[in-house]
Design a protein around this ligand. Structure first.
Ligand SMILES: [Zn+2]
Length: 188
């Protein structure tokens, strides 16, 4: 678990740095998404029988609330770039940094595989990591399209999808929490 967390932080940091340097919203969205994982997975994957008090419930709700806000910000940036394309295209080569994100997803997925056999929450996390990996692959294809065809809409569309997926995931957890109580965070 700690290893998955460290890999995720490093990959997210590298992507964040590269997104500033290259102007790629896709990298920004992917980095934000990776870092949001940490918050959720730390809360969701706490061993059963420990730390199931009110403060953990509040912490989980707060983390999810922050993630919904950040996802909204990414969505807003994406729509803004789609409506008003910036002069310069993001550097497609920099988007290869998303490979770090893919590595982080893969490592986490491998680490979650064993506990996923018995724990629902790890199974959900594993499925999530795999779909993230698919989205990163789509981003790499997108980087190829940007360098080949110079399409402006590819980068903000990718960040729109990634931000939207993050938002939907967090909102869905919040809705389940509202309907079924704090236990939803600790199902195993
Ligand atoms: Zn994810």
């Amino acid at each position: 678990m700690a290893l998955a967390a460290v890999i995720t932080v490093v990959a997210g940091g590298v992507e964040l740095f590269a997104s500033r340097a290259s102007g790629s919203l896709f990298l920004l969205a992917d980095a934000v998404h990776l870092l949001a994982h940490l918050g959720i997975f730390l809360v969701l994957l706490i061993p059963p029988g420990r730390l199931h008090g009110t403060s953990e419930d509040l912490g989980a709700v707060a983390v999810l609330g922050i993630i919904v806000a950040v996802a909204g910000w990414v969505l807003w940036l994406s729509v803004d770039h789609l409506l008003h394309p910036p002069e310069e295209l993001p550097n497609p080569a920099a988007m290869l940094v998303a490979l770090f994100g893919l590595a982080a997803n893969t490592c986490s997925a491998l680490l979650f595989r064993r506990p996923a056999e018995t724990h629902f929450s790890f199974r959900a996390a594993l499925a999530h990591e795999l779909s993230d990996g698919g989205m990163t692959l789509a981003g790499l294809v997108g980087a190829g399209c940007i360098s080949l065809f110079g399409w402006h809409w590819v980068d903000p569309t990718l960040s729109l999808v990634i931000g939207g997926w993050l938002g939907v995931w967090a909102v869905r957890l919040l809705v389940r929490r509202a309907l079924r109580g704090p236990e939803v965070f600790f199902e195993h």
